[in-house]
Write a protein that binds this ligand. Structure first.
Ligand code: GTP
Ligand code: MG
Length: 299
């Protein structure tokens, strides 16, 4: 039985969370088409007879503009420390620039087994992917040496291309001989955290424009019983105008978010869910330490 930690890092929206969910075969991290969906380093655990992989999904790399941004950056920095394997995810539909190259070059100096994933190949045409491969070639040619990319793997989280292959490469790198988590654990996060994330995911999916980035969720009540779960949560936003959008005409939007989140929580817990949502305005909460603490973004 081998085990190890694997950090999944890269630009926002490239599919890091989707990749972790695919590798584990369960939905652990929330996924939306909006960049900066993931705000905390979230561990996802895959345990089989042969190995235990502890993945760390991370917030997309960014230049922080708010205190929340600083927290997210720190989460990513800390997560790629003390791991056994690095998986750097690129979006095959996007141009790969010098900054991306320099980022990988810098990560290679850590001396960790590093795999580069070119994701979204279901959408990326060869003409898009080829220049990425070409650009990366100076970092690959010696194969297994220190400071070189071990493999470049084109993947798709939509149709599952090369997910098994990536998993087997990762398995070959595992060296530890301890079980970090008991069998049956799929994440290090509490169900209370997961519930907050599901509510945030549904809000991000339903809300448009600038509102989604300014929302956070505080779970005020979480009572899990044998067959049911009772949840009370605040959707925190930055402006009265955003609050009106979140509530919607005659409460139509908050109702949609609530229904969608309730279904999500039911799927995840397998229990009947009673969910009450409230909307609160906390001006500029992304820059206020005490609000950030209430929302769980501290440390
Ligand atoms: N076509 C296609 N879309 C993908 C693929 N992987 C992820 N996506 C989509 O890309 C978007 C972003 O996916 P996420 O997994 O949230 O990306 P992320 O890198 O975790 O994003 P952040 O947490 O914001 O940094 C979502 O709309 C996904 O459905 C893929 O292989 N192909
Ligand atoms: Mg993510």
């Amino acid at each position: 039985m081998k085990s190890g930690f694997i950090a999944i890092i890269g630009q926002p929206n490239v599919g890091k969370s989707s990749l972790m969910n695919r590798l584990i075969g369960e939905k652990i991290s929330i996924v939306t088409p909006k960049p900066q969906t993931t705000r905390d380093a979230v561990r996802g655990i895959l345990t089989t007879d042969e190995y235990q992989m502890v993945f760390v999904d991370t917030p997309g790399l960014l230049t922080p503009k708010t205190e929340l941004g600083k927290y997210m950056s720190k989460e990513t920095d800390n997560a790629s420390r003390d791991v056994d394997v690095l998986v750097i995810v690129l979006d095959g539909t996007r141009r790969f620039d010098d900054r991306g190259y320099e980022f990988i070059e810098k990560k290679l100096t850590l001396g960790l087994p590093t795999y580069v994933v070119i994701n979204k190949t279901d959408e990326a045409k060869y003409e898009k992917v080829y220049p990425i491969l070409q650009k990366l070639s100076p970092l690959t040619n010696e194969g297994n040496g220190r400071g070189k990319i071990k493999e470049i793997i084109p993947t798709s989280c939509v149709n599952g291309t090369n997910i098994d292959l990536l998993r087997s490469y990762i398995a070959s790198e595992l060296k530890d001989e301890v079980m970090y988590y008991p069998d049956g654990y799929v994440t290090d996060r509490s169900m209370r955290f997961v519930v907050g994330e599901i509510i945030r995911e549904k809000s991000l999916l339903l809300l448009q424009d600038e509102v989604p980035h300014g929302i956070g969720i505080v779970v005020n009540a979480f009572e899990e019983k044998k067959e049911s779960v009772y949840v009370e949560a605040d959707i925190v936003c930055e402006k009265e105008s955003h609050k009106r959008i979140i509530i919607g005409d005659g409460g139509s939007m908050i109702k949609r978010i609530g229904e969608s989140a309730r279904r999500g929580i039911e799927e995840r817990t397998g229990k009947r869910v009673f969910l009450k949502l409230f909307v609160k305005v906390r001006a500029d909460w992304r820059n206020k330490k005490n609000y950030l603490r209430d929302l769980g973004y501290e440390g």
